[in-house]
Design a protein around this ligand. Structure first.
Ligand code: PGA
Length: 252
């Protein structure tokens, strides 16, 4: 099997003010420094306004910082948006794109997500491209079809294992405490890798990290992260507490 370095990614969403964000980031940085060499990559994605403070707080720890979204254009008249260039400038190395909350709240289509991913990649950021079926789609037996078409539509030309991470997040598992069974997660991840191979070639697909997201927590992380095609996690709620997130990371 191709070695893929595990990525443990925290998606803080719209949570935390300055003091909370700095305390969380510093607490994790302290754990990383105390641990010395670790065999996983650690990423935190704070709200945009906290990125600078978090970058400062994790300096020297080996932790990575990412944005939760970026605009598809490099600059211009887009009030309220954040460019990939600014994320890079602030010290980010990753950008989440196409999270289901963005797809729903901001009507982001696969084409928009692909353009955002391309914008992130063009700045040298690693795009964490999120996909996943809704509960209605799952109930209708469309899980594989939905994820296949999201891979086809949301992964831009020029994507490689070096500039792309896929996050499989069943929408119905996000923030609900429910997860698919391990067998279901592995089936979908293996399927996604196959669809990715059609898009970027089998060699790159074999090297690309595919994260699981949706109610990953200290209790279920070890089992999910042990699955053959699960190369890390995108963690929301459980990334907001130092001990919980560190326990998840330690499960890798
Ligand atoms: P959750 O969120 O871990 O709180 O379910 C995951 C996500 O939305 O990235």
């Amino acid at each position: 099997m191709t070695a893929r370095r595990t990525l443990i990614a925290g998606n803080w969403k719209m949570n935390g003010l300055s003091a909370d964000g700095v305390a969380l980031a510093s607490g994790l940085a302290d754990k990383m420094k105390a641990a010395g060499a670790v065999d996983f990559d650690m990423l935190v994605c704070p709200p945009a306004g906290l990125i600078s403070k978090v970058v400062d707080a994790v300096a020297g720890s080996g932790m990575h910082v990412g944005g939760q979204d970026c605009h598809m254009n490099e600059k211009g008249a887009h009030t309220g948006d954040t460019s990939a260039a600014l994320l890079k400038d602030l010290g980010c190395s990753y950008a989440i794109v196409g999270h289901s909350e963005r797809r729903t709240d901001h009507a982001e289509t696969d084409a928009i997500v692909a353009a955002k991913a391309a914008a992130a990649q063009a700045q040298g950021l690693i795009a964490v491209i999120c996909i996943g079926e809704t509960e209605a789609q799952r109930d209708a037996g469309q899980t594989l079809d939905v994820n296949g078409s999201q891979i086809a539509g949301s992964v831009p030309e020029g994507s490689t294992a070096a500039n792309t991470v896929i996050a499989y997040e069943p929408v119905w598992a996000i923030g609900t405490g429910r997860t698919p069974t391990s067998a279901e997660v592995q089936e979908v991840h293996a399927f996604i890798r196959g669809e990715l191979a059609k898009k970027i070639g089998a060699d790159e697909a074999a090297k690309t990290r595919i994260l699981y997201g949706g109610s990953m927590n200290p209790k279920n992380a070890a089992e999910l992260l042990a699955l053959a095609d699960v190369d890390g996690g995108l963690i929301g709620g459980a990334s907001l507490k130092v001990d919980d997130f560190w326990t998840v990371a330690q499960s890798a």
